[in-house]
Design a protein around this ligand. Structure first.
Ligand code: NAD
Ligand code: IPM
Ligand code: MN
Length: 369
């Protein structure tokens, strides 16, 4: 039987709460004998800073390098507002992405039929929605140098972040988008701001060339990123795959989250390049949401984004496509049966806790088995 080494990094706030639910799932799949999962745990974010003085330790990085996949909860919170910038909880996540070379972040936004009324948009705009935002994850303004705040001679301060992209970085994320689209509706929308940014000009040029030379059968459209944000709330179903840079992808995916009913619904996969020798790729699976300090510790968090992230691990890292389909069907059936955490419940309606939602998904899996 295939055996996989999984590193679980729960993090801060609601991270440990949703991570506890994913552990129930991992154990269930393990018991079913579909695969053997060796689960290790480590600290990341504020929890790691408190323990080691860094948002991720070198030992945890080494474990992440060695793991078949990393499952990440969430990091951050007001407790760490005052810590030096380089040690902020978010720095742990950024280091994981950069050092593991996880340049491709897939953020699918699917509106489950039962949740068509949970979105802040009208039902007709979101019913049947199935789009994926492909976010470049290791370049752009997140990592470009210089990145600093300097004090000028007149005492004023000047802050600078640098948006930077190379041909290679754009080519490889464009290929991920076209490959993914080929298995879907073969439509790619590329979002940038070529009207004001040089990186936008290069992005547009490179995506156009990759399309023409390598994927001429796909439909490609270019859209300015601000217009794309508007189109996502005007008529999101016009899209299939949206490929964009690191910062625009961060913002557009939070917009897309609300189309599905809640930020607590959006899973993601952060993938590295395929190793030509082994065919394997480094991968980290992370919900799109953060540590949600406003609801942390109260059992209110929706674990579906985290459970769905494990589903993406089953699909992309472990090749267990059938198991991934079964998990998605179990989530859909629990929602169809009317179970709701507070974020997706109608105002005033009964809501279940994080743990009850996790238990219900495991029970639905067991019933279908
Ligand atoms: P957030 O995503 O934590 O929360 C935004 C809103 O969505 C909150 O009202 C929260 O209660 C709600 N929400 C988020 N996830 C939910 C879930 N699973 N179930 C129910 N409701 C949910 O964003 P924020 O408040 O802007 O950021 C809080 C902290 O999280 C910051 O420190 C930020 O840097 C960090 N953050 C971390 C990640 C990550 O670890 N991947 C992602 C985003 C933000
Ligand atoms: C996300 C988060 C992260 C990002 C933060 C926590 C570094 O917002 O994954 O969407 O900006 O990429
Ligand atoms: Mn974000």
């Amino acid at each position: 039987m295939a055996s996989f080494n999984l590193l679980l990094l729960p993090g801060d706030g609601i991270g440990p709460e949703v991570a506890a639910e994913v552990e129930k799932l991992v154990k269930w799949f393990d018991r079913q004998g579909l695969a053997r999962f060796e689960v290790e745990h480590d600290l990341v974010g504020g929890a790691a800073y408190d323990a080691h003085g860094a948002a991720i330790s070198d030992a945890a990085m080494a474990r992440a390098e060695a793991a078949d996949a990393v499952l990440f909860g969430a990091v951050g919170g007001p407790k760490w507002d005052g810590v030096p910038y380089a040690h902020r909880p978010e720095a742990g996540l950024l280091r994981l992405r950069k050092d593991l070379g996880l340049f491709a972040n897939l953020r699918p936004a699917i509106c489950y039929p039962a949740l068509a009324d949970a979105s802040s948009l009208k039902r007709e705009h979101v019913e049947g929605l199935d789009i994926v935002i492909v976010r470049e994850l290791t370049g752009g303004v997140y990592f470009g140098e210089p990145k600093e705040i300097v004090t000028l001679e007149n005492g004023e301060k000047r802050a600078v972040d640098t948006q930077l992209y190379t041909t290679h970085e754009i080519e490889r994320i464009a290929r991920v988008a076209f490959e993914l689209a080929a298995r879907r509706r073969n439509h790619v929308a590329s979002a940038e701001k070529r009207n004001v940014m040089r990186t936008g000009v290069l992005w547009n040029e490179v995506v156009t060339r990759v399309h023409k030379d390598e994927y001429p059968g796909a439909r490609l459209e270019h859209v300015l990123a601000d217009n794309c944000a508007m189109q996502l709330v005007r008529n999101p179903k016009q899209y299939d795959v949206v490929v964009t840079d690191n910062l625009f992808g961060d913002i557009l995916s939070d917009v897309a989250a609300m189309l599905t009913g809640s930020l607590g619904m959006l899973p993601s996969a952060s993938l590295g390049a395929e190793d030509p020798a082994t065919g394997k790729r480094k991968a980290l699976y992370e919900p799109v949401h953060g540590s949600a300090p406003d609801i942390a510790g109260q059992g209110l968090a929706n674990p579906i984004a985290m459970l769905g992230s494990f589903g993406m691990a089953l699909r992309y890292s472990f090749g267990l496509v059938e198991a991934a389909d079964r998990l998605e069907a179990a989530i859909a059936s629990v929602l169809a049966a009317g179970l709701r955490t507070r974020d997706i419940a109608a105002p005033g309606a009964n809501a279940v806790s994080t743990g009850e939602m996790g238990d219900a998904v495991v029970a639905a899996l067991a019933k279908a088995a």
